[in-house]
Design a binder for this molecule. Structure first.
Ligand code: FEO
Length: 395
C-alpha cells in the first residue's frame, strides 16, 4: 500500500474503518468512519500529522513502510482515535518530536504515558518550517476537547482541521463527490460531537475566515476541495434559528402515553407544524438521528409513562443525552400517563439544567387512559406551541 498523494509531497496515510458501527460505545456509525493521518514531506523535514486509532495501527505502518525518517509528529487532538498509535510511531521514529498545544501535553502524557521530553508545545500562530513547506499552528480549543488545534500548510493552502468539519464515512473516495451524502453525514457528526460547543465553534470559524484554504483535511471522513461547502454548512448549523419542528422522544408501556402522543401529533400536524417522533424503546432509537433532529427543533415534548414514580429509564437517558448536547430548543413540555402516583415531571426537569433557557410549557400528565379533558389539554398544548413558534418567527 502506497501513501495516497493529495498534492505534491502531501499524502493520506490514514485508516478507513468500514466495519465500525459504534463510536465511544455510544454513537452509531451507519457508514463506518476513518482515522485520517497525513504525511507532509518538505525539502528538509518530514512531518506526520495525527495518527490513527490503535486497532488500525497496522494500516498506518503499511503506508509508512518505506518512510525512513519522520522528524515531527503534529498532534492536533489527543483523543485516542488519533493519538492511539503515537507511542508506536515514536518507537519506530525515536528522534521524532511531537508538536501540540500546551494544554495537550498533559493529556497526551496521561492517556498514552509518553515521556514529557518528546513534546514541543506551540503557541497560537507559531510556524514550523519543513524547508519548502511551512506549517502554521492555530489553537482551536473545544473541538471537542480543550486542547485541540488546527494545522495550516501555507504553501499548499491545506487546513488540517482535526475533528472539526469532519464526518463519519468509510469510503475509498478521498475527496467529497456526493455533497448530499456528505452533508447528511457531516450534520449527524456535528450534532453528536460539535453542537455542545457552539460558542467556541463560532470563534473557530472566525479564526479561519481569512485563511486562503484550498483543501480542508479533517481527521474523519472525506477531504473537501470545495471548502466553502462544509464551512458554510457549519455556519448554518451554528447560527441558524431552530425550525418550526417539534421533536417528541417518547415511550409507552401499556399504550396510554402512546394515545397522548398520537393525539398531540395529529393536533400539531393540523396546525402545519412538522413533528419528528422517536420511540426510545431499547434497541430501536438511532441517537445520531435523534441528535440531528434535536439540533433543528424549536420545541421538544417528552412523552413518558411513570415507572416507580419517575420517568421511564429510557426517557431519563434521552433527557440526560439531550441536556449534554445543549440544543437550541426554545420550548419544552412533558406529557404522559401514570398508574398510581408520579414525580416524572420533576425528575425530568432536574435532568435538563442546560436547557434552563427553554420555556417550559404546561405539562399534560394524566392518570390511566387519557380522558376528554386530557385530550383537550393536549389540544391546548398544540395551540400554545403554534402560537409560540409564530411569535418567535419559526412558523
Ligand atoms: Fe476523532 Fe475527538 O476524536
Amino acid at each position: 500500500m502506497k501513501p495516497i498523494a493529495i498534492r505534491s509531497n502531501i499524502y493520506f496515510v490514514g485508516a478507513v474503518d468500514w466495519d465500525r458501527r459504534l463510536f465511544d460505545n455510544l454513537v452509531p456509525l451507519p457508514d463506518g468512519t476513518s482515522y485520517n493521518a497525513f504525511l507532509v514531506k518538505g525539502s528538509e523535514k518530514t512531518a506526520l500529522i495525527d495518527t490513527v486509532d490503535f486497532h488500525m495501527s497496522d494500516v498506518l505502518f503499511e503506508y509508512l513502510k518505506d518512510v525512513d525518517r519522520i522528524d515531527y509528529v503534529i498532534a492536533n487532538h489527543g483523543e485516542q482515535d488519533h493519538s492511539g498509535t503515537l507511542p508506536k510511531v515514536l518507537e519506530k521514529y525515536p528522534k521524532a518530536k511531537v508538536f501540540l498545544t500546551p494544554k495537550a501535553k498533559g493529556i497526551f502524557i496521561d492517556l498514552l504515558h509518553i515521556p514529557g521530553e518528546k513534546f514541543v508545545t506551540v503557541e497560537d500562530g507559531e510556524t514550523l518550517s519543513l524547508g519548502d513547506k511551512t506549517l502554521q499552528f492555530i489553537h482551536a480549543p473545544w473541538v471537542h476537547w480543550p486542547e485541540t488545534m488546527f494545522t495550516y500548510l501555507k504553501e499548499d493552502k491545506v487546513l488540517f482541521s482535526g475533528d472539526f468539519l469532519g464526518s463519519h464515512i468509510a469510503t475509498n473516495e478521498l475527496f467529497v463527490k456526493d455533497e448530499a451524502r456528505t452533508y447528511e453525514a457531516a450534520k449527524r457528526y456535528y450534532s453528536e460531537i460539535m453542537a455542545p460547543f457552539a460558542g467556541q465553534i463560532k470563534k473557530n470559524l472566525e479564526k479561519i475566515k481569512d485563511l486562503d484554504i484550498a483543501i480542508v483535511a479533517p481527521t474523519h471522513g472525506q477531504l473537501y476541495d470545495r471548502p466553502e461547502f462544509i464551512i458554510d454548512a457549519y455556519r448554518h448549523w451554528v447560527y441558524d434559528d431552530p425550525k418550526n419542528l417539534v421533536l417528541i422522544p417518547y415511550i409507552s408501556m401499556h399504550g396510554s402515553t402512546k394515545v397522548m402522543v398520537d393525539y398531540l401529533v395529529e393536533a400539531l400536524t393540523e396546525k402545519g407544524i412538522e413533528v419528528s417522533l422517536f420511540n426510545l424503546s431499547a434497541g430501536i432509537v438511532d441517537i445520531g438521528k435523534l441528535a440531528m433532529v434535536l439540533m433543528d427543533a424549536a420545541t421538544v415534548v417528552i412523552g413518558t409513562p411513570t415507572v416507580l414514580t419517575g420517568p421511564h429509564p429510557n426517557i431519563a437517558y434521552g433527557a440526560f443525552l439531550m441536556n449534554a448536547l445543549r440544543p437550541k430548543v426554545k420550548f419544552l413540555s412533558i406529557i404522559g400517563s401514570y398508574g398510581w402516583g408520579t414525580k416524572a415531571v420533576d425528575v425530568i426537569k432536574g435532568l435538563i439544567p442546560n436547557l434552563r433557557k427553554a420555556e417550559i410549557l404546561d405539562p399534560v400528565i394524566c392518570k390511566g387512559l387519557p380522558r376528554e379533558d386530557d385530550l383537550k389539554a393536549l389540544e391546548s398544548l398544540a395551540e400554545t406551541i403554534f402560537q409560540k413558534h409564530k411569535e418567535s418567527g419559526f412558523a
